[in-house]
Design a protein around this ligand. Structure first.
Ligand code: AMP
Length: 213
């Protein structure tokens, strides 16, 4: 299964990606997680990405495309992969097509998670992320057992700079302007499936798997 997850920030792409990657036994490739790991480790890539990420803007394609190209060189993608957060604009979608065409690894599906903006703002402003393993929790809907501590690895939870209210609206604008057009792009290829991102995590996973059959 070679799969892309598309949807606005806060649609639950990361959460669903973990479940779907386990179900299909494929690596979960999240460009946001790769950027955050680089930021945490103070790498050159992290330094290049930080300002854009803090403002809720897209990291330039030259940086992002190269990073994804490198990641897709890894042998673990031989049996498939799930891309989460990439592509995020038409240029990235075209570059991905050409990388995959070179590797003779065509996409199988693009799964769109739909949700409206008011729900997104509720989700993101309360979201807390583990500094260590990137697991996510929510102050109201999915509280960790101990406040501020990750249930999965004991890491410290933090409020992502770009999950703060003033940045969320910028991310939503960018999604509407730059990312939405890739939905049309993939609709034309016949690969696009759409499901609602509202409901229990496990119900959404079941819907996703059924849409992908
Ligand atoms: P995410 O965790 O997917 O919400 O990504 C967090 C941030 O990382 C985004 O707001 C961007 O600044 C950056 N980012 C992640 N994926 C991409 C991408 N495909 N293109 C450009 N920037 C990205």
């Amino acid at each position: 299964m070679r799969l892309i997850l598309v949807g606005p920030p806060g649609a639950g792409k990361g959460t669903q990606a973990v479940h779907l990657a386990a179900h299909y036994k494929i690596p979960h490739i999240s460009t946001g997680d790769i950027f955050r790991a680089n930021l945490k480790n103070g790498t050159e890539l992290g330094k290049k990405a930080q300002g854009f990420m803090d403002r809720g803007e897209l990291v330039p394609d030259s940086v992002t495309n190269e990073m994804v190209k490198d990641r897709l060189e890894n042998s673990d993608v031989a049996n498939g992969f799930l891309l989460d957060g990439f592509p995020r604009n038409t240029n990235q979608a075209q570059v991905l097509d050409s990388i995959l065409a070179d590797k003779k690894m065509p996409l199988d599906a693009v799964l769109e998670l739909s949700i409206d903006n008011s729900e997104i703002i509720k989700r993101l402003s309360g979201r807390r992320t583990c500094q260590n393993c990137a697991a996510t929790f929510h102050n109201d809907f999915e509280k960790p057992k101990q406040a501020g501590v990750c249930d999965k690895c004991g890491g410290q939870l933090y409020h992502r700079e770009d999950d703060k209210e003033e940045v969320i609206s910028r991310r939503l604008e960018i999604y509407a302007e730059q990312t939405k057009p890739i939905i049309t792009y993939y609709k034309k290829t016949g690969l696009l499936k759409n499901i609602s991102a509202i409901g229990d995590v496990s119900d959404i996973t079941i819907k996703a798997i059924s849409a992908l059959k």
